[in-house]
Every structure is written in structure tokens, then in C-alpha cells.
Design a protein around this ligand. Structure first.
Ligand SMILES: Cc1cc2nc3c(=O)[nH]c(=O)nc-3n(C[C@H](O)[C@H](O)[C@H](O)COP(=O)(O)OP(=O)(O)OC[C@H]3O[C@@H](n4cnc5c(N)ncnc54)[C@H](O)[C@@H]3O)c2cc1C
Ligand SMILES: NC(=O)C1=CN([C@@H]2O[C@H](COP(=O)(O)OP(=O)(O)OC[C@H]3O[C@@H](n4cnc5c(N)ncnc54)[C@H](OP(=O)(O)O)[C@@H]3O)[C@@H](O)[C@H]2O)C=CC1
Ligand code: HEM
Ligand SMILES: [Cu+2]
Ligand SMILES: [Fe+3]
Length: 498
């Protein structure tokens, strides 16, 4: 929505009047005279939402009249500047009427349809999940069907009563708006703006169903990645439990259960982080391989790959989260009592065995290097995480963004791989490291990243990179696409989401 004054002369009279929060400024800089009569807005219903809305509207310079079935009982709950009266009386002068009632009570307004004729009705309702599934038409479309002479606008349903009352200082400021009457939509948009929110035009009233579904979604796009991370956590924790705790207990009768809270977790978390990171960069490689094989970029990827590509951000951020936890756990390793007892016991054993100066040069170097590589990997990952914040992403052009995400992300994957390899060293080849024939955990995680690194290397070979960049500029192996376009189009529509 633009911040400029609206020039359209056909604008409703309501909006020609200045609002307090938007006082027009004269050319000499002083405030223009505020007219005595503020634009009048009606609210049907006296519930939580109606009260918050009235408070906010009054604060933004509107004059509010509330229509209630029982004004005596409810008047005390509203700001004194708001007029609370019977439903039919509230409908008289305002051009814009908010319907702050639940869907099942809309029809109770039908007796007032004569007074409502020609007015703008704002539907603020939120269906429950059940209602949303039960009704094929949105609440707003239902309201429009009850009052065909009114202009129905869907707005404010994504804003909670609490946010309305507290003002848009924190939380989401965006208010999606849709309506079949552009004029009515503009009037309400200006009101949204005057109340300190940002109107987002969602088009005609058929979008109302989508707008009503917005508050029902919980962290869209995170479900599959979160389940994936959880699955990996459970798998690796169980695997490490068997190797590090169960095996010593069953085979040697040793009690190593103290490892459950820190040690086992700190073997699990890095493996999850590392696998998730490789799963961020695997689909890009698969996509490139598919394009090379098909010889065109104009055929859609299979659904699963399309989905995977779209969820990389969430998978990547979960990977970063696990890696950060792994780093903190690693710093804590030497703080533990168990660690000190182990050290002292080792020292005592050495003294008894009359050994001195235990310093294995190779072990020292290995440790110095893998810790350093881990720190570098985490540092690179945190750059990716920072640039994924919308405010920072918006300040980068797409080349800068894709440099950080694609190139530095790959660098992070390589550093993590070197970190894991130097940590693992020769352990993968020592028989004593195999517990119940299970190889050390890190060996399980190395396969996919190594495939990715190899593939990326292959794609750099002149013949392949040349062909790939030709394909990405629209070149096609002859006959690659011609006959599949119409079907692809249907597919594109079917799968376009997120
Ligand atoms: C902590 C963290 C945060 C993340 N945050 C985000 C985020 O905010 N947003 C987001 O989208 N992703 C995010 N990701 C996911 C990931 O970083 C990006 O999806 C990244 O762009 C993937 O890079 P890619 O090279 O695998 O894939 P793409 O950049 O999609 O490329 C796919 C393949 O095509 C090649 N390629 C691409 N374009 C061209 C071209 N024009 N010419 C030739 N070859 C080309 C690439 O080399 C690659 O092989 C995040 C990841 C992590 C770990
Ligand atoms: N609460 C919130 O945070 C949000 C609410 N909404 C939407 O706002 C609308 C109102 O919600 P909310 O204020 O929380 O609900 P309430 O139950 O608190 O208020 C509903 C109001 O509807 C009025 N009403 C009119 N006719 C009837 C009737 N026949 N039976 C019962 N009540 C009637 C009542 O006012 P009276 O008795 O004065 O006539 C009542 O106060 C809902 O559609 C909701 O989805 C949307 C976003 C957030
Ligand atoms: C500040 C950053 C980091 C530090 C200090 C660090 C430190 C460590 C330490 C001390 C270990 C050995 C754990 C043990 O003894 O059980 C380890 C293992 C490991 N780390 Fe890191 N690391 C860091 C970052 C990362 C990152 C970013 C990744 C990958 C995303 C990663 C992946 C791994 C893996 C896979 C292992 C092997 C786990 C196992 O099988 O035991 N680390 N790291
Ligand atoms: Cu999806
Ligand atoms: Fe219903």
C-alpha cells in the first residue's frame, strides 16, 4: 500500500477527511486544522475483538459506534469515547461496519439488511480448523451471500485482539485484505494504514479462504524439516546409546550411564547437524544432474525434489541450531567432574606404571586441527544463518545472497567434512572401535557429503559445466521438451504452493 495521499477523486468521502494519526501538514509545516467530525466507523458485536478494535480505532482518530444486543450491559467495557448502542441504531451513519461476530451469528443480522444496504462490511472472523474444513466457502463469502447489496472486505483476521489493543509495536504488522469491490478495499486499506498496520492486497474475495487459513497454519514449511531432524536425533541417539553405553554394560559390565546427558548427546547433535547440512546441498546436486541428463531446464522436477528444494532453508537453519548446540556442549566437555576423575585416574595409572611425559604428537595435531576446523565451519554457517534473516536478506542483492548461501554454504560443508575426518582419523579402520559390529557414528554421516563434494567437483569439469550453463540459459538438447509442455503446465499449477 502506498504512503502517498490518494489522488482518486472518486474516493469515498470518508477518506477525504484527515485522520488524527495522519494529520495533513500545510506547506509552512504547521498542522492543518483537524475537522471536528472524525470519520465514523461501526462495530457489530461487543466481544473481545470488538473491544480491542474500538480502542485502537478511537486511538487512531476514528469515531466509533458499537452495535450490541445489550448495550447497557456492555457499554462499561468500551472506551468512553466509543458510543455503545443497539444494533439497529449503530448502523445509521457509518459507511464502514466491522462484523466482530462468529459465523454462526451472521444470519441474525439479516433483519437489518435494509439499513446495511450499500455499506462496507468488514469480515474479521477466524474459523476454527474444523469449521475451515467443514465449509467450502469462506466466512467472508458467506457474509457476502447474506448481504448481496453490501461490499464485503476480509481483513484483520490475522491480528489478535491483544495486538490490536497493544498497537502494532511488536508482532506482525501485515494485514492481508481482499474484496471484490476495489473501492471498498481501498477504504479499508487506508483505515488499516491509519491504525499503524500494513495492508497487503490479496485480490478478490475468493482469496478469503486462503486468508482465513493463515492463522491456522503453525510455522508453515517447518513440519517436515522438524520431523526429519527429530527422526535423525532419535536414530543417532539410539545408535550412540547402543555403542557407548549398552555395549560396555553388556560386554564388560561397566556402568557408563553417566554418559547419557552430555557425551551421548554431543555425539548425536553433531551427526544430526552434519547430515542435515548435507541434505541442504544434496537436492541442488540432484537437480543439476537431472538437468544434465534431460538436456533441458524446461521440464519440471519431480514433486519430491521440488518440495525438498523449497524446504532447504528450514533444514539449513535446523542444522545450524544443532551445530551451535554441539559447539556449546563441546566447550563444556572439560568442565565435567567425570572428565577430571578420568584425568586423575590416568595420571595415577601412569605414575604406578612409572611412565612419564605422555605426549603423542600425532594426537595433539589431530585435535588442534579438528577443533579449529569445527570453529571455522560454525562461523561460516552463522553467516548463512544471519543472511537468512529477512531484514538482512533484503539488504543484499541476489548475487550476494546466493554467494553466501550457495558458495559459503558449500564451504561450510567442506569444513565440516574436514572437521569430521580429522576427528575420526584412523578410527574407522580400528577393529576395537566396532561395537556389536556397529562402525563409529561419524562414518555413517560421511557418505552423502563426500558424494556431494565429488559431484560438485565433477560439475566443474569443463565439458559438464559448459553444458550445464548452456542448459541454464535455455539451450535444449533437440526434441527434449516439445511434447511435454501442456502436461508440465498442469503440473506446475498443481504443485505451485509454499
Ligand atoms: C544456516 C543456513 C541458513 C539458510 N538460509 C536460507 C535462506 O534464508 N534462504 C534459502 O533459500 N536457503 C537457505 N539455506 C539453504 C541453502 O543455503 C540454499 O538453498 C542454497 O542456495 C543452496 O545452494 P545450492 O548451491 O545447493 O543450490 P542452488 O543455488 O539452488 O543451485 C543448485 C545447483 O545449481 C547450480 N547453479 C545454480 N544456479 C546456477 C547458474 N545460474 N548457473 C550455473 N549453475 C547454477 C549450483 O551450483 C548447484 O549445483 C540455508 C542454509 C543454511 C545451512
Ligand atoms: N479474539 C481474537 O483475538 C480474534 C477474533 N477474531 C474474530 O472476531 C470475531 C469475534 O470474536 P470475539 O470478539 O473473540 O468473540 P466474542 O464471543 O467475545 O464476541 C462475539 C460477539 O458477537 C455478538 N453477537 C451478535 N449476535 C450474537 C448472537 N446471536 N449470539 C452470540 N453473540 C452475538 C456479541 O455481542 P453482543 O452481545 O453485544 O451483541 C458478542 O460479544 C470472531 O469471528 C473471531 O473469529 C479475529 C481475530 C482475532
Ligand atoms: C565451534 C565449533 C565446533 C567445535 C568446538 C566442535 C568440537 C567437536 C568436538 C570436541 C568433537 C568430538 C566430540 C567427542 O569427543 O565426542 C566433535 C565431533 C564432531 N563434530 Fe564438531 N565442533 C564444532 C563444529 C562442528 C560443526 C559446524 C559440525 C557440522 C555441521 C560438526 C560436526 C561434528 C561431527 C560430525 C563430529 C563427530 C561426532 C562423532 O561421531 O563422535 N562440528 N566436534
Ligand atoms: Cu511443502
Ligand atoms: Fe460453522
Amino acid at each position: 500500500m502506498s504512503h502517498q495521499p490518494v489522488v482518486d477523486t472518486k474516493m469515498s468521502e470518508e477518506m477525504d477527511k484527515p485522520l488524527i494519526s495522519h494529520r495533513p501538514v500545510d506547506s509552512d509545516g504547521s498542522l492543518a486544522e483537524v475537522p471536528s467530525e472524525a470519520p465514523k466507523v461501526g462495530i457489530m458485536g461487543s466481544g473481545d475483538f470488538a473491544r480491542s478494535l474500538a480502542t485502537r480505532l478511537v486511538g487512531s482518530g476514528f469515531s466509533v459506534v458499537v452495535g450490541s444486543r445489550n448495550p447497557k450491559r456492555t457499554a462499561g467495557l468500551f472506551p468512553s469515547a466509543a458510543q455503545v448502542t443497539f444494533q439497529e441504531e449503530a448502523l445509521g451513519s457509518p459507511e464502514v461496519i466491522f462484523v466482530a461476530m462468529f459465523r454462526e451469528h451472521y444470519s441474525s443480522l439479516c433483519s437489518l439488511s435494509d439499513q446495511l444496504a450499500g455499506k462496507i462490511l468488514v469480515d474479521v472472523s477466524n474459523p476454527t480448523e474444523q469449521e475451515h474444513l467443514q465449509h467450502r466457502e469462506s466466512n467472508a463469502e458467506y457474509l457476502a451471500s447474506l448481504f448481496p447489496t453490501c461490499s464485503v472486505v476480509k481483513a484483520f483476521n490475522v491480528i489478535s485482539a491483544w495486538t490490536l489493543q497493544a498497537g502494532p509495536r511488536d508482532g506482525n504488522r501485515q494485514v492481508p485484505i481482499c474484496s471484490d469491490q476495489p473501492e471498498a478495499k481501498r477504504t479499508v486499506s487506508e483505515m488499516v494504514h491509519a491504525m499503524g498496520f500494513t495492508p497487503v492486497d490479496m485480490g478478490s474475495l475468493v482469496s478469503a479462504r486462503e486468508v482465513e487459513a493463515m492463522p491456522l497454519r503453525l510455522l508453515p514449511g517447518w513440519k517436515v524439516p522438524a520431523l526429519l531432524a527429530l527422526g535423525l536425533l532419535v536414530f543417532f541417539y539410539a545408535y550412540n546409546f547402543i555403542r557407548d553405553v549398552l555395549h560396555p554394560y553388556l560386554q564388560e559390565g561397566k556402568n557408563k550411564f553417566y554418559k547419557l546427558p552430555v557425551s551421548v548427546v554431543n555425539t548425536t547433535l553433531p551427526c544430526v547437524a552434519y547430515v542435515l547440512l548435507s541434505l541442504v546441498y544434496l537436492p541442488g546436486v540432484l537437480a543439476a544432474a537431472l538437468q544434465l541428463r534431460r538436456g533441458t531446464k524446461y521440464r519440471r522436477f519431480p514433486d519430491w525434489l521440488d518440495h525438498w528444494l523449497q524446504h532447504r532453508k528450514q533444514i539449513g537453519l535446523l542444522s545450524f541450531f544443532c551445530a551451535a548446540l554441539h559447539a556449546v556442549y563441546s566447550f563444556c566437555l572439560p568442565l565435567r567432574r567425570s572428565h577430571r576423575y578420568d584425568l586423575v585416574n590416568l595420571a595415577v595409572k601412569q605414575v604406578l606404571a612409572n611412565k612419564s611425559h605422555l605426549w603423542v604428537e600425532e594426537e595433539v595435531w589431530r585435535m588442534e586441527i579438528y577443533v579449529s576446523l569445527g570453529v571455522l565451519a560454525l562461523g561460516t554457517l552463522s553467516l548463512l544463518a544471519v543472511t537468512s534473516l529477512p531484514s538482512i536478506a533484503n539488504s543484499l542483492n541476489w548475487r550476494e545472497f546466493s554467494f553466501v548461501q550457495s558458495t559459503l554454504g558449500f564451504v561450510a560443508l567442506v569444513l565440516s567434512t574436514l572437521h569430521t575426518l580429522t576427528y575420526g582419523w584412523t578410527r574407522a579402520f580400528e577393529e576395537s572401535r566396532y561395537k556389536f559390529y556397529l562402525p563409529p557414528t561419524f562414518t555413517l554421516t560421511l557418505l552423502v557429503p563426500c558424494v556431494i563434494i565429488l559431484a560438485k567437483g565433477l560439475f566443474l569439469l569443463p565439458c559438464l559445466s559448459h553444458r550445464l550453463s548452456k542448459i541454464r540459459r535455455g539451450w535444449e538438447k533437440d526434441g527434449a521438451v516439445k511434447f511435454t509442455l501442456p502436461m508440465d503446465h498442469a503440473l506446475a499449477q498443481k504443485t505451485s504452493h509454499v
